[in-house]
Design a protein around this ligand. Structure first.
Ligand code: ATP
Length: 361
């Protein structure tokens, strides 16, 4: 005859993969019912949207099925109440950014240079490398990540947390989700600080290797406020090759340096164009701007992204380049940049800058 104790003991070995504790210790196992060889119980998850729930249920079933005499296992799912969550975790373990290892913010000297495109594709490229990645669209002026990723739904709140949306394997939050009828003016001054803190601290980011943040463009108050709100943030700065853009980027780099924010490197976007029938690179916005900036500011040039009509088309339709055409010339550059960034974080802090010094073709 199978006993409740045997079932509990079997479930002691089943861990919540994110919390790294047994589901019995976490008081997730409820209402065990045993009748003949049939075992039924309720599994109370921290959230019903838990991406690991199928995995946990399978492990639990396998553990119970090993008990002699068990013929069938049925698991009902429920979510812990807010009170239970609070009792178990005075601060919910998946809430906020405590379990985020690295923060990469993508900045620009001025609007429209492709900062969001770079942030989105780098986040996806890091995910491709096997990392757990979140993407925070903190561009208060015009949050465009939802459109570029084809996200039309809004995130829900659960147990006092905002549950980020998930798409293409990324956890995603955007200023655009916060207020439906937001007027740009509402995002002035302290409100930006308050909102970005909410997007960092009240969101169920869980365990992340990287949180990639799309900063507001330029050197205005919002980008300073957002950058200062993110702990130990490092920057990637996006520019286009022409002189007017470079002048603005220099201003931005100097400003961030004054704020003691480390700059991992420069990405030159819209570097050249290749028409369909030729391999010739047409440097529409001038040549060598990124290299010159890199030398003048002593910051590595991480890569040069071509002007890519398919990239633009895909973004308009919610299909980012790396997803849509993973082997395109553009996607290959993004992947190479992501690898350089990841390598820089796996090196000791004082070697990080050195490890990024490479010469993109
Ligand atoms: N390499 C590229 N090739 C073709 N189109 C591009 C490229 N990079 C960006 N774009 C397009 O240019 C437009 C602006 O890009 P994006 O929104 O990424 O710039 P941004 O710097 O984030 O702008 P903002 O400052 O307004 O937030 C988008 O339509 C995008 O699809």
């Amino acid at each position: 005859m199978v006993t409740e104790n045997q079932v509990r003991e079997a479930l002691d070995s089943v861990l919540d993969p994110e919390l790294k504790k047994s589901i019995t210790e976490l008081e997730m196992v409820r209402n065990i019912l045993i009748s003949d060889g049939e075992v039924k119980f309720t599994l109370a998850l921290t959230t019903l949207r838990c991406p690991m729930k199928e995995k946990i249920v399978k492990k639990a079933q396998e553990a119970i099925e090993k008990i002699p005499g068990v013929s069938r296992v049925e698991v009902a799912l429920t979510a812990m109440s807010e009170e239970e969550l609070h009792r178990l975790f005075p601060k919910h373990p998946l809430k906020g950014i405590e379990k985020t290892a690295h923060f990469i913010a993508v900045a620009s000297g001025k609007g429209g240079v492709g900062k969001t495109t770079v942030a989105l594709n780098l986040a996806l490229a890091l995910k491709n490398e096997g990392f757990k990645v979140g993407l925070l669209d903190a561009d208060v002026y015009g949050p465009s990540i939802p459109v570029m990723m084809g996200l039309s739904e809004k995130p829900q709140s659960e147990a006092g947390m905002i549950v980020p949306l998930e798409k293409f394997g990324l956890k995603v939050m955007s200023f655009g989700f916060l207020l439906e009828e937001s007027h740009p003016l509402i995002w002035r001054g302290p409100l930006v600080g308050k909102a970005v803190k909410q997007l960092l601290n009240d969101v169920m980011w869980g365990e992340l290797d990287y949180l990639v943040v799309d900063l507001p463009p330029g050197t205005g108050d919002p980008s300073i406020t957002v950058a200062q709100s993110i702990p130990t943030v490092s920057l990637v700065v996006v520019t286009t090759p022409q002189e007017v853009a470079l002048a603005d980027v220099k201003k931005a780099i100097n400003m961030f340096k004054k704020m003691d924010i480390s700059i991992l490197g420069i990405v030159e976007n819209m570097s050249y164009f290749k028409c369909a029938h030729s391999d010739e690179k047409i440097e529409i916005f001038g040549a060598g701007g990124g290299e010159r900036l890199s030398q003048q500011m002593d910051i590595p040039l991480l890569g040069k992204i071509p002007i890519d009509l398919d990239l633009r088309r895909g973004e308009d339709e919610g299909r980012p380049g790396i997803i849509d055409s993973p082997d395109s010339e553009t996607s290959i550059v993004f992947k190479e940049i992501a690898r350089q960034l990841a390598a820089s974080f796996s090196k000791p802090a004082d070697a990080a800058g050195q490890s990024l010094r490479s010469d993109p073709k």
